[in-house]
Design a protein around this ligand. Sequence first.
Ligand code: PMP
Length: 362
Amino acid sequence: LVQRAYNFNAGPSALPLAVLEKAQQELIDFRGTGMSIMELSHRSAAYEEVHNQAIALLKELLSIPEDYEVLFLQGGASLQFSMIPMNFLTPEQKAGYIMTGSWSEKAFSEAKLFGNPYHVASTKDSQYRGIPQFDELQYNATDAYVHLTSNNTIYGTQWKEFPQIGDIPLIADMSSDILSKPIDVSKFALIYAGAQKNLGPSGVTVVIIRKDMIEKANSSIPTMFKYSTHSKNNSLYNTPPTFGIYMLGEVLNWVKGIGGIYEISKRNEEKAKLIYNAIDQSHGFYSGHAELGSRSLMNITFRLKDEELEKKFLEEAKNEGFIGVNGHRSVGGCRASTYNAVPYETCKAFSDFMLQFQNKNE
Ligand code: PMP
């Protein structure tokens, strides 16, 4: 029996064991083809079936309406920071950015290269501990779009509900919480996510785009940066990351097999609760970074009373086999990422460890 690590990595992160085992089993001879999925032509019927099934499954699991397309792109979520303004922003136009952390800042910087982005709201003054209230959002009806980050991987905050902003296209970076809970896709003009947290390995970026957005995008940009190029070619304009898309499809199959998006969402709530309870019942030994109403169910961020104790905590956690518990290098502290594929038992073991460490060091 393999000993699987207690993996709390922020991304790339844990994948379901069942998916890894299936991939292992199919690796050398993929479904009777006599070769691995990586060796198949991306124009072959065997690959196309995998590709189309992954698209269909994502549509099914997220209840994506008919007037949307699912694209599989490359370049990570980071390339979407640029592709979005390249396609939808002109030099005269404004675009609103809701600033809730480092990834919003990165997205905002790219938009400056193409037009006039501005801050719709920002929680930077409170160390990005929260998500703005809807009544703090100051946008204009003429904005090309409004952009938000649904889950802030570094600070550990998450939108619980999304604003209605009339006819302005709402765009969301859902890299770190896509497929973790049900969402109303129809509120968004475009959703994007790097796959390497909840969806599969790195190398694939999922874009869910409303069809009218594809039509109204700028046409004078390079071919590979146009959403229309990928849409017209079913994300097969050039060679896609075939192995990553296969894995993504298998992860989706796994989610479907365990009961779909409501079941995964319920499990994520239970897992996060274990660790938040360890924080809340510690009488201040651990302090959560996020405001209560903005707590992420995917990235749980917390601190200990001083750097020395924190160092000791992280060292002991490492010795006990908990991987990836250090906070992001830009903010320090501790972070447990409890994505879809992180088992309940792993979270339980960690919350037990937190309690024991507190008892020994209080
Ligand atoms: N957005 C968010 C919310 C992220 O967490 C990350 C990566 N951790 C990115 C964007 C950047 O993604 P990528 O590495 O796929 O470019």
